[in-house]
Design a protein around this ligand. Structure first.
Ligand code: PEP
Length: 251
């Protein structure tokens, strides 16, 4: 995987049992293998219990595996947590951190996300750090300031274009069917690109994903926006046809 290819990442959230996950991942892995050269990297992030079986099923394919979260520690008395070493052991190369659902449901602050990214980097995992404003913050004209604060607090020292991906996910667009307009996405991604300067080595090469109700019918337009280097996809990542259509919309 290289930083100049688009990354199409599927966040399965808390969906699917073992058979569903195996079907979906095997289908995508088969399509990738049969497709010949493609212009995108593809990643699936199943729930924790599915990581090992899915990892084994896709091990000989270009489909990458990621976790949806990790602990900021490598082991110890942390009931319910999953260490980055465990993700590595299951075959993960990526981990999503600071998703707005974790920030909201588990009170994850920027400093917690930062500590998790440090731990992920130590294990050689690529951290996909999520940022994005709420609808109220956007309406109040605070979107850029909110995202700047999240980037400043969440990106750890030692972040590079190789070990870090940023996902811009306006909270009001996640799972709602509402999508940011291409002009709003363009403006925010340009803002993020500028903010990364000085925070991440080779900031021009950092992949900045858009997430928020990306579907087959809007993917072509969104993936063509300047500084959009891929997508983080929730609902549409659960159907192989839809996820594949989003990926192949990349040019
Ligand atoms: C997400 O959960 O990261 C996401 C973008 O979800 P959806 O595509 O369903 O809006």
């Amino acid at each position: 995987m290289t930083a100049n290819r688009k990354l199409i990442a599927g966040n399965w959230k808390m969906n699917g049992l073992k058979a569903d996950g195996l079907d979906l991942a095997s289908d995508l892995a088969g399509r990738l293998k049969g497709a010949g050269p493609v212009v995108f990297d593809m990643l699936v992030c199943p729930p924790f219990p599915l990581l090992f079986p899915v990892g084994e099923a896709i091990a000989d394919s270009p489909l990458a595996l990621g976790g949806q979260d990790c602990a900021p520690k490598t082991s110890g008395a942390h009931t319910g947590d999953v260490a980055p070493t465990m993700l590595k052991d299951a075959g993960c190369r990526f981990v999503i951190l600071g998703h707005s659902e974790r920030r909201a449901d588990h009170g994850e602050s920027d400093s917690v996300v930062n500590a998790k990214a440090v731990a992920a980097h130590k294990e050689g995992l690529v951290a996909i750090i999520c940022v994005g404003e709420t609808e109220a913050q956007r309406d109040a004209g605070q979107a850029n300031a909110v995202v700047s604060g999240q980037l400043a607090g969440s990106i750890p020292a030692g972040a590079t274009a190789e070990n870090t991906v940023i996902a811009y996910e306006p909270v009001w667009a996640i799972g709602t069917g509402k999508t940011a307009t291409p002009d709003d996405v363009k403006a925010m991604h340009a803002h993020i690109r500028a903010e990364l300067d000085g925070k991440i080595a080779e900031s021009a090469k950092v992949r900045i994903l858009y997430g928020g109700s990306v579907k087959p019918n809007n993917a072509t337009e969104l993936m063509a926006v300047e500084n959009v280097d891929g997508a983080l996809v929730g609902g549409a990542a659960l159907k192989a046809d839809d996820f594949w259509a989003i990926a192949t919309a990349c040019r």
